[in-house]
Design a protein around this ligand. Structure first.
Ligand code: NAD
Length: 361
């Protein structure tokens, strides 16, 4: 298969971690007989330095021309970097918002996986973490409260503010379809999270999700109220497979789920549109404090590349090989500094990439 991948190395540790993900992808291409073509584009601070803006039309065109985009991370030290003296629309983060909008990425996927070897980093009680968990949070990214009309005004001498939460059935349907499709690649269970006991938008969400579920009789659907879900994530995370939810609930729940894994350098993410196209990136930032030192953990980016193989290219066998290489490297006792524990061998970013690539079978 021919895979045309645009890479955004970005800022800080971005170029280091993307280089390692490419190393692993090249090995996948070699073992499984694919042709991969990588095109690098500038975004964020790196683009500001060269073009004066965080995202150019040329970069957007290059991203659109690809089958998928693999990103490192963008941004610098927000207190010392000159990028943050620029007006907000010229800062690195504006590039990220711009590309998400230009590519119409409405579905955000964040896996939260507890690896046996890293269970000690999990802040939950041992009797809970022992069961392990492998959750995928699917969050609607372009609607809801964050995009509704808002205003602040004065009424009867009181400062008053209003935000509106709007979803139409098409917006709900397209993310529900993604959620069920992805559940079919996993353990075939969708937990749709809402606040249907209070909100009209949630009642419509629930109805539309139920309509979509009729086309997926092989996938189990359950509904859960968001407050209960927040509790269940720390009480019994093993019960979840795919959590499907709207923008703000997803924002909060995905951070909670990441936190219970305990390892920021291990968290992948993907943002998809209604085709097979997606932008894949680690959940962490550009870590300017450790940039250029060859100490960053590249695993979140490598796992994002695995999601790219699975969701944009339907190469499940190859994605399984990458996930297995990550598990094996942990089992073999190799760790970057952020996940180091007693008795393990400390390695740098580049060596971790080599070890992962060697384990692709
Ligand atoms: P951060 O995630 O970059 O770093 C938080 C802490 O985690 C730091 O101590 C860092 O060293 C560590 N860390 C992060 N990733 C790591 C890795 N792969 N290996 C080892 N350690 C790792 O968050 P921050 O410091 O709040 O933000 C730094 C910059 O990143 C800011 O400019 C911010 O805007 C940007 N940012 C970008 C994205 C993105 O590109 N999607 C996301 C979040 C933050």
């Amino acid at each position: 298969m021919e895979l045309n991948i645009t890479c955004i190395p970005g800022d800080g540790i971005g170029p280091e971690i993307v280089a390692e993900a490419k190393k692993v992808l090249r090995r996948v291409a070699e073992v499984y007989g694919h042709q991969m073509r990588f095109t690098d584009i500038l975004m964020g601070g790196a683009s500001i330095d060269v073009h004066g803006v965080p995202l150019t039309e040329e970069a957007i065109a290059a991203a659109r021309a690809a089958d998928a985009v693999l990103m490192g991370s963008i941004g610098g030290d927000t207190t010392t970097s000159p990028w943050y003296k620029l007006p907000p629309e010229k800062r690195p983060e504006a590039g990220l918002l711009g590309i998400r909008k230009a590519l119409n990425l409405f579905a955000n996927l964040r896996p939260a996986v507890l690896y046996d070897e890293l269970a000690a980093a999990c802040p939950l009680k041992e009797e809970i973490s022992r069961a392990g968990f492998d959750i995928l949070i699917m969050r609607e990214l372009t609607g809801g409260l964050y995009f509704g009309e808002r205003r602040t005004y004065e009424e009867n001498g009181l400062r008053t503010a209003v935000d509106t939460l709007v979803y139409n059935e098409n917006e709900i349907r397209r993310i529900a379809v993604k959620g069920f499709d992805i559940a079919r690649k996993r353990r075939r269970k969708v937990t749709s999270v809402d606040k249907a006991n209070v909100l009209d938008s949630s009642r419509l969400w629930r109805k539309v999700v139920e309509e979509v579920a009729k086309d997926y009789p092989d996938v189990t659907l359950e509904h859960m109220l968001v407050d209960n879900c927040a509790m269940q994530l720390v009480r019994d995370p093993a019960q979840f497979d795919v959590i499907l939810t709207e923008n703000m609930f997803g924002d909060i729940l995905s951070d909670e789920a990441s936190m219970v894994t305990g390892s920021i350098g291990m968290l992948a993410s993907a943002s998809l549109n209604d085709t097979k196209f997606g932008l894949y990136e680690p959940s962490h930032g550009s870590a300017p404090d450790i940039a250029g030192k060859d100490v960053a953990n590249p695993i979140a980016t490598v796992l994002s590349a695995s999601m790219m193989l699975r969701y944009s290219f339907d190469l499940d066998r190859e994605a399984d090989a990458v996930d297995a290489a990550v598990k094996q490297v942990l089992r073999d006792g190799y760790r970057t500094g952020d996940i180091l524990s007693e008795g393990c061998t400390k390695v740098g970013c580049s060596r971790m990439g080599d070890l992962l690539a060697e384990r692709i079978r």
